[in-house]
Write a protein that binds this ligand. Structure first.
Ligand code: ZN
Length: 342
């Protein structure tokens, strides 16, 4: 990784409200086990937020017992949309509500603030990279598809060990791939609209937004006496996962639709990439092992029959899901040729 064997790289996962840090040493070991968080203050704009990132990095160094001078590079990940080089979209980022973020080059901004080389990934690509390396090791030529089910649906495509980021940085925007949702059982008449304008893409059926906007209203209309009918829809939507885990029939049916949608999508990916593994991450599977197993079984049940060679393709749950972004960003930074950097 570096001519300096004591060098470490930092992984910095910037969310709307919190920044999470990790460090990766030259042997490929992470020096922080769980979350190491600092407030993001992203709503106050780039200048305040970059100051927070730098301050939090110093705190993380003290927490991990690392001399700041050992850091040779940093990987940064944020929610998109942003270019592959870390220029946030003209409309700003969904989670960063401040006019100063529009078209802001956050990678270059952080590089000059920290005085370190900085690489950029969007948060789902970073998580996908971590999941991939956790399964296949740092040096590999494997292919994997990761789907991260959160407020939206993001993900990452890794081919031959490398992330597909695409020409504009929108590679791996899996949520907006259309799926043949009409083949999912028990949703006659359902019209799954997505914020992007498409109808029937993966995110429109498999995300927290899909539950709030489409699935919960649809199922509550069939079950008007359900306890969640008494809540406002946004509050009720956040309760669906917990109730599904506890076995509530309607909430299980909602998660079954999500799983079947993901199964249809994975089938498309299998036919395009012939991958070594599929990975599922995000809030939807931050649950008990038992529920994870049920969900993955439903994903498989949603996939059309596979060729014999591909039938044993593994589906993994993202390991260490809450630290996945920071870890993936650190892995990307470790791939920089540090010998050429200051
Ligand atoms: Zn969409």
């Amino acid at each position: 990784m570096s001519s300096r064997t004591d060098g470490v790289v930092a992984g910095i996962d910037l969310g709307g409200t919190a920044i999470n840090y990790t460090f990766l040493d030259a042997t490929g070991r992470f020096l922080i086990d769980g979350l190491c968080e600092h407030p993001a203050r992203s709503v106050e704009g780039p200048d305040v937020c970059l100051g927070q990132i730098a301050e939090g990095l110093d705190v993380a160094c003290r927490t991990a017992g690392i001399n700041r001078a050992r850091i040779v590079a940093a990987g940064l990940d944020t929610p998109g949309p942003a270019s592959a080089m870390g220029v946030l979209s003209r409309k700003g980022s969904t989670n960063f509500v401040h006019a100063g973020w529009a078209s802001y080059d956050i990678r270059a901004g952080l590089e000059s603030r920290l005085g370190l080389p900085v690489v950029y990934l969007n948060d789902c690509n970073a998580a996908a990279l971590w999941g991939h390396v956790a399964i296949f090791g740092a040096t590999n030529d494997a292919t994997s598809i990761s789907a991260i089910i959160g407020t939206g649906l993001g993900g990452g495509v890794i081919v031959g060990g490398r992330l597909v980021t695409g020409r504009n940085g929108f590679g791996g925007e899996l949520g907006h791939v259309l799926i043949p949702f009409q083949s999912i059982p028990d949703i006659e008449g359902l019209v799954p609209a997505c914020n992007c304008g498409r109808t029937g893409d993966l995110e429109s059926l498999c995300s927290l937004t899909a539950i709030r906007r489409t699935l919960l209203p649809y199922f509550l209309a069939k079950h008007p006496d359900h306890i969640l009918a008494a809540d406002d829809i946004a509050t009720a939507a956040t309760k669906v996962r917990g109730m599904a885990e506890r076995g509530d029939e309607m909430c299980r049916a909602i998660f079954r639709v999500q799983a079947r949608a993901l199964g249809l999508f994975f089938d498309e990916m299998i036919n395009v990439f012939d991958p070594d593994a599929l990975i599922v991450g995000g809030g939807a599977v931050e649950t008990s092992k038992e529920f994870q197993r049920w969900f993955l079984d439903e994903v498989r049940a949603g996939m059309p029959e596979q060729r014999e060679e591909q039938a044993s393709l593994p589906i993994h749950v993202m390991p260490h899901g809450d630290t996945a972004g920071a870890r993936g960003a650190a892995i990307e930074a470790a791939r920089l040729p540090h010998d050429q950097t200051p």
